[in-house]
Design a protein around this ligand. Structure first.
Ligand code: NAI
Ligand code: MG
Length: 359
């Protein structure tokens, strides 16, 4: 019996289109090698270009059209010409929220073949997970603007932290820490000194949920210090859990210490599987290199692996990671961001070739 998956593709803007093509090529290759999996894709052209034509990022029934897919595979959204808050609030955030993708998983893991910019740090030192709250927190659209174009011009944006939202992300992080084993250590990002309502609330629930996981040692660390520790002692983390904004910022730093934006993958997960989950590189559309064919597809290919893992295809997911690391180690086809002269397509082809060799 074939195991069949239906995947919605949203390449989006800029390099999102290029890197997603390589990710699907890698998935097609692994399916063609046997193993009983077949993937059916449907591509959606929702993007800033779509916005400029239609006045919206996706059609009115966009979410309805996505809801029956097994997963969503997204490139990047946002491009000069359309304000970033328009593209984000018109597509990515509605998908994350409507589909209750309240967990954002971002591995900070140094792959074989990549040199960290941190001196004397190897794959054993850089290997942890960041769990970012993905549905509420600082990215709430509650607030407003008043007295625009007057001397009293002002804006207010409220953060939203709910018991329901905070408990579920923390419970997920504790559970993951338990399953990951290692040292049973969970680090929670806070800023309860300066932000004196929502962050003490967050800390209180960290301590409360910790009682359900008595084996786990939690460290509640202020976000500013935590940024420094990502650089000075990255080997001390197993799982880091953070609110929406803190997790967003931390993970660009996380990406930087394991080789840059071209590497870092992310998964927007609805753990209950009531809705499709969405897999997308951490990076954006990179207008500075768009159209040059030199975007690093590593993050997108890693996302494909995370997607297959989420769908239950753990072996295929591991094979992709193995092939990816063979190509990175070999170094011949790596893209300019990693110091090579390979193109996006050459790198993707090399991963497909490595997959075939592995079999
Ligand atoms: P960016 O991630 O697109 O680019 C930052 C820097 O990293 C650039 O120098 C770029 O060339 C480099 N870079 C990124 N991905 C790369 C890759 N795969 N290979 C090689 N180099 C890579 O972030 P930026 O410039 O802040 O945003 C550009 C646009 O993307 C904006 O419109 C922004 O809103 C959007 N964006 C979308 C995201 C998403 O769809 N999830 C996430 C971040 C930004
Ligand atoms: Mg970000």
């Amino acid at each position: 019996m074939m195991r069949k998956y239906k995947i919605a593709l949203i390449p989006g803007d800029g390099i999102g289109v290029d890197v997603l093509r390589e990710g699907t090529k890698v998935m097609d290759t692994i399916c063609s090698l046997g193993g009983g999996v077949s993937i059916e894709y449907k591509e959606f052209d929702w993007s800033c270009e779509y916005y400029l034509k239609h006045g919206r990022m996706m059609p009115e029934d966009g979410l309805e059209r996505l809801k029956d897919f097994d997963s969503i595979y997204l490139g990047a959204v946002g491009y000069p010409g359309v304000p970033d808050h328009v593209s984000l609030w018109g597509l990515l955030l509605p998908i994350r929220r409507h589909f209750q993708q309240y967990i954002n998983i971002r591995p900070v893991k140094l792959l074989r073949g990549i040199t960290s910019p941190l001196a004397n740090r190897g794959p054993n030192d850089l290997n942890f997970m960041v769990i970012r709250e993905n549905n509420e927190g600082e990215y709430s659209n509650i607030g407003g603007r008043m007295y625009e174009n007057t001397p009293m011009d002002m804006a207010i944006q409220n953060s939203v932290f709910t018991k329901h939202g905070v408990e579920r992300v923390l419970r997920y992080a504790f559970q993951l820490t338990q399953e990951m084993g290692k040292r049973h250590r969970l680090t929670a990002a806070t800023k309860s000194n300066g932000i004196n309502h929502t962050m003490p609330f967050w800390d209180e629930y960290v301590q409360k949920i910790n009682k359900e996981y008595p084996d786990i040692q939690t460290d509640i660390v202020h976000i500013d210090a935590l940024c420094a520790y990502f650089v000075s002692k990255p080997d001390s983390f197993d799982v880091v859990v953070a609110s929406n904004l803190f997790g967003d910022i931390l993970t660009d730093l996380g990406a930087a210490i394991v080789g840059g934006m071209g590497i870092a993958p992310s998964a927007n997960i609805n753990p209950e599987k009531n809705y499709p989950s969405m897999f997308e590189p951490v990076h954006g559309s990179a207008p500075d290199i768009a159209g040059k064919g030199i975007a690093n597809p590593t993050a997108a290919i890693w996302c494909a692996s995370m997607m297959l893992e989420h769908l239950g295809e753990v072996e295929l997911a591991q094979e992709i990671m193995e092939a990816l690391q063979i190509v990175l180690e070999e170094g011949k086809w790596v893209t300019p961001d990693l110091g090579g002269s390979g193109t996006t397509v050459e790198f993707g082809d090399a991963v497909c070739h490595a997959l075939k060799e592995l079999r």
